[in-house]
Design a binder for this molecule. Structure first.
Ligand code: FHN
Length: 467
């Protein structure tokens, strides 16, 4: 065993004692599929060197595009309660309609996703060009999509389906070469007593315990279960309502059970986690010195709502992916399967269309970093820097009518410019205001055409760039 491994095990032991679970039998993680096993700190944000952090984040930074899945009992009412279409998000129906716990729990009896095919879902993500999947292990309704010792409110004990859906998806994802992550609503829980609720409790049953009881008896044991059983590459916290430092620390200490796991900024109590998570929006610029991921719905809801037909077009989604990559972020795009286990066809169609584009142009997205240009008249840009120089990928949204793609202020010596899809060479000129790549005719791709420009060294921009 290497010195590092010894340190890691010693550290893990110490954390488990601190977390008050030393008497329980917890398996020491063997090698996990998502990379290195650096020790994580409990009091500082992360007890690792910048190099270790870069290694831990490497797969995620290269991935760029992932599938978010919001799936749970809320897909049974699918947006309608007592004949009324409930405004707002599908997965919020219990809160929005103030459905009593005992009534909401009846929906579980109709949750029977016999058509669920985890391999087909993983294959779809792969076909879309996605590199990871994150699914709701537990959303705010507290329903666990996995078997849990902590509560009977779970897919095995409360539904006719009676089987875990998380393990099979974890296996399928990994079979398809995808990283697998879990969403867990650590603070809001509307069915397990004591859980928080934005807007306050509406059923006496929710008051039967305190939030500290809920954290100790539900959230902590369940997070321990999912980390040890499924070894997620990402743990995606959400809505840190009423998360005091003491509560957040109990959950955070558990991360040592799954070394290498990546977490977001939504645990609460000021913990920044690894990633910023702008929701339903693309920031004007990226985040300085922070990894980030935009999560977004394809229609207007995360959890399935039968009548939400407000679909974004695949062209729009491809351009959003380019925009995000050009600012250095990842795109976590959501699907909301039905209670039968079907991903709605409009979502499938859009993911396939994105996949078609990615098959040809993925090189311009994966493992790239943000554009060096503050602004480009024709669209966006990503870059890949290697020892031999820099490749710029021009993501052309508007094919120029004058045939000129100007890279303002770029002073570098240029090696080549080609159309990525065909490899055809393009002429260039170097006027005083930057580099111009000359194109002719119609755009090779009606949505986003990619031009690959190789330059010597790192991009060298004069103050002209972007003005
Ligand atoms: O309340 C949730 C919502 O249902 C959904 O899960 C999104 C996904 O980012 N997060 C919360 C709102 O910020």
């Amino acid at each position: 065993m290497t010195g590092n491994r010894w340190m890691q095990r010693l550290w893990l032991g110490a954390v488990l004692v601190l977390a008050g679970c030393a008497t329980q039998k917890v398996q020491t993680p063997a090698a996990v599929d998502h990379g290195l096993l650096p020790p994580r700190g409990t009091t500082t944000e992360l007890n690792e060197t910048p190099q270790q952090r870069d290694q831990r984040m490497a797969w995620w930074r290269a991935a760029k595009f992932g599938m978010f899945i919001h799936w749970g009992v809320y897909s049974v009412p699918a947006g309608t309660y007592q004949g009324r279409q409930i405004p707002g998000l599908g997965e919020w129906i219990m809160n929005r309609a103030k459905i009593p716990c005992a009534v909401y729990q009846q929906f579980a009896k109709e949750f029977n996703p016999v058509q669920y095919d985890p391999d087909a879902w993983a294959a779809l993500a792969q076909e879309a060009g996605m590199k990871y999947i994150i699914i709701t292990a537990k959303h705010h309704d507290g329903f666990c999509m996995f078997p849990t010792q902590a509560s009977k409110w779970n897919i095995v004990d409360a539904t006719p389906y009676g089987k875990d859906v998380i393990g099979p998806l974890a296996d399928a994802a990994r079979r398809h070469g995808l990283h697998f992550g879990l969403y867990y609503s650590q603070a809001q829980d509307w069915n397990n007593p004591g859980g928080a609720a934005i807007g306050g409790h509406w059923d006496k049953a929710q008051d039967a315990k305190t939030m500290d009881d809920y954290i100790d008896q539900i959230a902590v044991p369940q997070v321990r279960e999912i980390l040890t059983r499924y070894r997620p590459a990402v743990l995606w916290w959400d809505t840190p309502r009423d998360m005091t430092k003491a509560r957040a620390d109990k959950l955070r200490a558990l991360l040592a059970l799954d070394p290498g796991v990546i977490t977001n900024n939504r645990l609460g109590a000021g913990y920044k986690g690894d990633t910023e998570t702008p929701e339903q929006r693309i920031p004007a610029t990226g985040f300085k010195n922070r990894d980030w991921e935009t999560c977004m719905t394809i229609n207007g809801t995360w959890g399935y709502k039968s009548y939400d037909k407000n679909w974004k077009s695949s062209d729009d989604l491809i351009r959003k992916l380019c925009d995000i990559a050009s600012k250095g972020g990842n795109f976590l795009l959501n699907v909301g399967p039905t209670s039968q286990g079907i991903i709605p066809q409009p979502e499938v169609d859009r993911l396939r269309a994105i996949g078609q584009w990615m098959k040809v142009n993925g090189e311009a997205i994966y493992d790239t970093t943000a554009s060096p240009f503050p602004k480009l008249a024709f669209g966006r840009c990503t870059k890949r820097v290697t020892e031999s120089g820099t490749t710029l990928y021009l993501l052309v949204f508007t094919w120029p009518s004058d045939g000129n793609l100007l890279l303002p202020g770029l002073g570098n010596e240029v090696t080549s410019a080609t159309i990525l899809a065909s490899g055809a060479s393009l002429p260039m000129s170097h006027p005083a205001d930057g580099l111009v790549v000359h194109v002719t005719g119609k755009a090779p791709d009606p949505v986003v055409s990619v031009i690959k420009v190789k330059i010597k060294g790192m991009p060298d921009l004069s103050p002209l760039a972007g003005h």
